[in-house]
Design a protein around this ligand. Structure first.
Ligand SMILES: C[S@@+](CC[C@H](N)C(=O)[O-])C[C@H]1O[C@@H](n2cnc3c(N)ncnc32)[C@H](O)[C@@H]1O
Length: 285
């Protein structure tokens, strides 16, 4: 695509974005450098939720057995289990096991490749965008590209019934192991590509879809968004976070957080929150 037409498309997309989303993004971006998310109102709430996944809360495993098994995952380097013909052409992340989100298990802690991103992400949607309630009891949530599942575990601890999909088998195995070891009955990790989630099992099913850190990975972003859109129930909400194009002309933030707009033409527009949560302004400030 020619450079000029990229510029025109960006302008066209910008015209489609509702005012309140633009305002929230500008506010978010301008405060991004100085703002310490650890001081945000939801940080302590989310950190505390992670305490449910410490060794003293194990139900299906002994502490020693648990630590041994986690270390087996960390040492895993396996291309055939992912079905790759030529490992050279694949991402390192899919072959060598790497822990995704920081996790303090008590007697030992793991530093994830993405640090406390799971807490940053959810606290941002809670506090900056006012798009995620703390109580998700009764809500069905799809977490796309869950990696080792920091966000999935938090969403489950908030009470949601979570389906966590991930295309890399070793991460699904690890999250399934965490699920079983901590007896998390409302979390279902599945080894699936997002592109496999277009069947009836996924249509009109979810109150909330978390589509974070994946859009820039996929080969057909527009098709992926269509699949996400179809998976939402009426009034369902997609929380999207993605890296975007670095730009000197401020036409595009290097990281974009977006709060979904309506799931279908007949569905309510500009709705904040999820399902039956009381109406409130979509964004702070
Ligand atoms: C950068 S990580 C983001 C992890 C997490 N969602 C977050 O925001 O912290 C991207 C994850 O998406 C997975 N992924 C990439 N493409 C996918 C697809 N088409 N279907 C399912 N998972 C995918 C990757 O394997 C990786 O685990």
């Amino acid at each position: 695509m020619a450079k000029g037409s990229v510029g025109r498309n960006v302008q066209a997309v910008k015209r489609l974005v509702p005012r309140q989303v633009k305002d929230a993004l500008i506010k978010f971006r301008s405060s991004d450098g100085s703002r310490d998310f650890r001081r945000s109102p939801s940080y302590a709430f989310l950190r505390n939720l992670m305490d449910r996944y410490r060794v003293e809360r194990l139900v299906g495993e002994t502490p020693d057995g648990f630590q041994r098994r986690i270390h087996q995952f960390l040492e895993l380097e396996d291309a055939p289990m992912e079905g790759f013909q030529d490992a050279e052409k694949q991402r390192d992340l899919s072959i060598r096991f790497m822990w995704g989100h920081d996790h303090d298990f008590g007697p030992f802690r793991l530093a994830g490749q993405m640090g406390e991103r799971h807490i940053w992400l959810l606290s941002t949607f809670m506090d900056d965008f006012r798009a995620l309630p703390r109580d998700l009891v009764g809500k069905k949530v799809l977490d796309i590209g869950c990696w080792t599942g920091g966000t999935s575990l938090l969403l489950a601890a908030m009470g949601a019934d979570v389906v966590a999909i991930e295309e890399v088998r070793k991460y699904v195995d690890a999250l399934t192991y965490l699920r079983d070891s901590f007896g998390v009955s409302n979390l279902e990790p599945r080894r699936l590509s997002l592109y496999e989630c277009s069947g009836p099992e996924f249509q009109d099913r979810f109150d909330l879809v978390l589509y974070a850190g994946v859009l820039y990975h996929v080969t057909d972003p527009v098709l992926s968004l269509r699949i996400v859109f179809d998976s939402l129930r009426d009034s369902g909400v997609c929380l999207l976070e993605t890296a975007a194009i670095p730009s000197g002309n401020r036409s595009c933030a290097t990281r974009a957080l977006a709060y979904s707009v309506p799931a279908a033409p007949s569905r309510p527009t500009g709705a904040a929150g999820i399902g039956s949560s009381p109406p409130r302004p979509p964004f702070r400030g």
